[in-house]
Design a protein around this ligand. Sequence first.
Ligand code: NAD
Length: 402
Amino acid sequence: MKEIVILGAGYAGLRALHVLQKSGADIHITLVDRNDYHYESTSLHEVAAGTQPDEKICYDIKDVVNPKKTTFIKDTVDKIDADQKEVYLENQTLKYDYLIVALGFQSESFGIPGVKENSLEMVDVKTADQVHKHIIEQMKQYKETKNEEYLRIVVCGAGFTGIELVGALVEGSKSFANIAGVKPEDIQIYCVEAVDKILPMFSDKLGQYCIKYLNKWDVKLLTGKPIKKVEPGAVIYQNSKDDENDLVALKAKTIVWTTGVSGSQVIGDSGFEERRGRVMVKPNLTDPNHDDVYLLGDVSAVMDPSSNRPYPTTAQIALKMGSYAGKDILDQIKGQPSKVFSFKSLGSVASIGNTHAFGLVGKTEVTAYPASFIKKAIMDRSLFETGGVKEVMSKGRFDFYH
Ligand code: NAD
């Protein structure tokens, strides 16, 4: 019997588990995660803004584990020794024949001073929940002090994560305002972005759609303003392109850092050849130096032949990688050759609040309600692919389930 260890119960890990569990192969699987629940990392911004409760984006890992085939261990991964085929957890050591590393992402500060100490990150359910609790606390402080900085929220970076967070914050501003005893329009939402043009992967038309709504909702989007430092209660950005000394301090009691992510720190700690926690994998998603180690999702870099750059890390590609790796391990066990992993993006849709969204589906640009509908369908599909019907019925995004 072959022992397969899966590290991480995110999109890629649970998808691989699903494929392996339903095979009739003579295998035993050990699934490890630091939590005993799976969470939809694409919905963290909603928890941070308080527009969805955390239980809505989580489900119990035991719901998807078949105890006849799989042992689930709740523990934290410290390090992998791929030469010895061992994984060191905080509380025990595991041995494997095949390893799937799907440990996800962490926030990337790019070495900018003060980020870790003075801003909030939003990388898992706990940190997203902390963002929400922090905002609520600042609203209460405003009521006491009438200091406007308590009403000001600065989102750092206008990538997909930053924009989706801003949209959710706009939606949440009514309830923030209630707590602070002000009007929703008194809640000041800023988004500070280094480059001039936001969301460069989209056409100008889609970018403008997004900007139109941000303007309508009075979000202060500052573009071409790279953040140089975060101080307690202030984001310091460079105001003019050519003058490094032209620095402006934007004071705010809530600062959320969403300027990009890197793969789990375990990758670097384990000595894999990596860049920002991502390993350039072989065409069958294995480590170049270890045929029995698959690296999936945010810890993996796969070249997109059409752009000659690695595919962006998304839930969509992570799910695909999970399915592929599960099947490839089964092929390896049978002594069959690997197929080459291929990926065709179905497109990407960003939500701005619960009812507005925009993006690309195939080659078609979508906006407004149809985009929002598609976004919800995408979310339910990923729930279905990792969880199943039960999870979609209880956590799905369409009202008709409930
Ligand atoms: P990102 O790298 O896509 O965006 C980060 C943004 O922060 C960029 O616009 C960058 O210019 C800006 N930035 C970086 N340093 C800065 C600085 N010092 N000052 C100001 N701005 C700065 O990161 P993300 O938004 O966290 O997304 C990570 C990945 O997850 C991406 O591949 C993204 O496509 C994916 N994602 C997809 C969805 C979706 O499909 N709906 C949602 C969220 C994330």
